[in-house]
Design a protein around this ligand. Structure first.
Ligand code: C2E
Ligand code: MG
Ligand code: MG
Length: 508
């Protein structure tokens, strides 16, 4: 039987009309033929009519029930859906118990779906639903809210604490690869938690919003974690929205500039490269560093126009700096943008900047989020002759496989690693092995954030070929780099053409 709402209504109505027509015909026939026992036919018709109505009534109710169930059930996982969750929260909020809610968002579902197709994506959703169901056991109710978002709800005196424990168990389980068909994928999840108590009841829609905000904080904090909602998150979101508006108007008002930090050769201390670093001239307003405003620009997509502007500005400035290499930082959102390699090609063509002098710095997080797309984009970029450096190495979990896969031309050791290597043996061992590994894979190595002569000596002896840090230079405006490069060129000239000394006389 067709269970769509229209089918359900149309079909019983059709059958009822047919039965009614039959009943009317029977009455007419009984009257027309004036048979001996017209009452018998009438009674038979009435009974048939009644039986039909009874049957239709029962099957109609069953169908309505099915429809209702369908309205609150997710068809793929058979878990109750968002609508059911709202109803359950409202129902349980009437009792005196605590109501705790967790929103569970899968971390890498989109990539699995994009790379392996929707059938595999669906299988993964079913597998994850089973894992969540198992983690919830009989104590919590679980739901699929749509896409790769699930929820778990629990009521009771210490519901929040128990639910958090369950979520942590679930995360531990999700850290391991799961079998999906013939593949093994690690999907991971980010979880947001919130609760409503008898003293402070929160409407279901607000509970969902809070758990969702907390979940996005888990994502922002590095994924694979649980975060409890906190009122300050709302204030933070408000501030983020303000910064977003300010970035937008700052772009129009030309408030952004690019500063350049020189990188020196570890042996000769000559400037061999500069890194372009974005700066925001906010006038009277409180200053904001790139560590604050770039993540905001990344989240709202403004990093695309902003990052492209940095690239164009930097290659235009660096045209004046001889053979000094130029490094430009590239965000994950830029790397994911299919337009990026095209725009890069346009910038190189319009400015005539030699591609071999350009190096793009990417971070590990930028690549692990979507390695397949990242690899493809990096391959296109390399076709131009542009080199790729892995920035902030030592802050993440880059494996040997990861380094081999992406074949970076350069590894930049993060400041934290350089700093710790100076004081602790384990970090020093890690730094030395990272350098050895990079060398074995034919990568150049730069030490970042070198602030003391001891650190410089350590990284030089360890085999770094370039050094960047305040010990040598801080980031500075382009016109100061002009001056430094000009001085370096004249020093080189002077060294190549030493003044001719007249025998027995003074220098000419
Ligand atoms: P990064 O790419 O790792 O850049 C190096 C950061 O370390 C810069 O901070 C630099 O000023 C700082 N630094 C260099 N030497 C030293 C040192 O000896 N001591 C200390 N304490 N710090 C040192 P900055 O300019 O604040 O930039 C922070 C981060 O913002 C950059 O880290 C990069 O990830 C990001 N960023 C900056 N400009 C851009 C950009 O144009 N695009 C993108 N996507 N990200 C950018
Ligand atoms: Mg960098
Ligand atoms: Mg760095």
């Amino acid at each position: 039987m067709n269970l769509t709402p229209t089918g359900l209504v149309v079909m019983p109505l059709g059958v009822v009309s047919a039965a009614t027509a039959l009943f009317v015909m029977a009455v007419d026939a009984a009257e027309d033929i004036r048979i001996v026992a017209p009452g018998t036919l009438m009674i038979a018709a009435v009974l048939l009519y009644a039986a039909l109505l009874f049957y239709l009534g029962r099957s109609g109710i069953a169908n309505v029930r099915k429809l209702e169930a369908r309205a609150i059930t997710d068809p793929l996982t058979r878990l109750p859906n968002r609508h059911a969750l709202h109803e359950d929260i409202q129902l349980h909020s009437q009792a005196n118990d605590e109501v705790a809610l967790a929103i569970i968002d899968l971390d890498s579902f989109k990539q699995v779906n994009d790379h392996y197709g929707h059938a595999v994506g669906d299988q993964l959703i079913e597998t994850c639903a089973a894992m969540i169901r198992e983690a919830c056991g009989d104590e919590a109710l679980c739901y699929r809210l749509g896409g790769d978002e699930f929820a778990a709800m629990m009521t009771g005196k210490v519901a929040g604490t128990i639910l958090e424990g369950m979520c942590r168990t679930l995360l531990a389980r999700m850290a391991a690869p799961v079998a999906v068909g013939e593949r093994h994928v690690t999907v991971g999840a980010s979880i947001g938690l919130t609760r409503s108590t008898a003293e402070m009841r929160i409407p279901s829609s607000e509970m969902l919003r809070r758990a969702d905000v907390a979940m996005s904080m888990s994502k922002r904090g590095g994924k694979m974690r649980c975060t409890w909602f906190n009122e300050s998150f709302d204030r933070r979101r408000e501030r983020v929205r303000e910064i977003e508006d300010e970035i937008r108007s700052g772009i129009t008002a030309d408030e952004f500039t690019v500063a350049y930090q020189p990188l020196v050769d570890a042996e000769s201390s000559r400037i061999v490269a500069v890194e372009a670093l974005l700066r925001w001239d906010r006038g009277e307003r409180a200053p904001l560093g790139p560590n604050v405003f770039i993540p905001v620009a990344e989240d709202c997509g403004l990093i695309n126009p902003l990052g492209l502007w940095v690239l164009r500005r930097a290659v235009t400035d660096a045209m004046r700096w001889g053979d000094v290499a130029l490094s430009v930082n590239i965000s994950a959102a830029q790397l994911r943008n299919p337009e990026f390699p095209i725009k890069l090609g346009e910038v190189l063509e319009e400015t005539g900047f030699p591609a071999h002098r350009l190096e793009l710095e990417v971070t590990e997080t930028c690549l692990v989020l979507d390695p397949v797309v990242a690899e493809r984009t990096l391959d296109v970029i390399r076709l131009f002759g542009v080199r790729i450096a892995l920035d902030d190495f030592g802050t993440g979990y880059a494996s040997i496989g990861f380094l081999r896969r992406f074949r970076f031309e350069k590894l930049k050791l993060d400041r934290s690693l350089v700093e710790l290597a100076g004081v602790d043996d384990a970090s020093r061992a890690m730094m030395l092995s990272s350098i050895a590994l990079a060398r074995a894979l034919n990568m150049g190595v730069t030490a970042e954030g070198v602030e003391t002569p001891e650190q410089a000596e350590l990284v030089r002896l360890a085999g770094c070929d370039q050094i960047q840090g305040w010990l040598y230079y801080r980031a500075m405006p382009a016109h100061e780099i002009d001056r430094l490069i000009a001085k370096q060129a004249s020093d080189d000239d002077a060294a190549a053409n030493p003044p001719v000394r007249r025998e027995g006389g003074n220098a000419a």
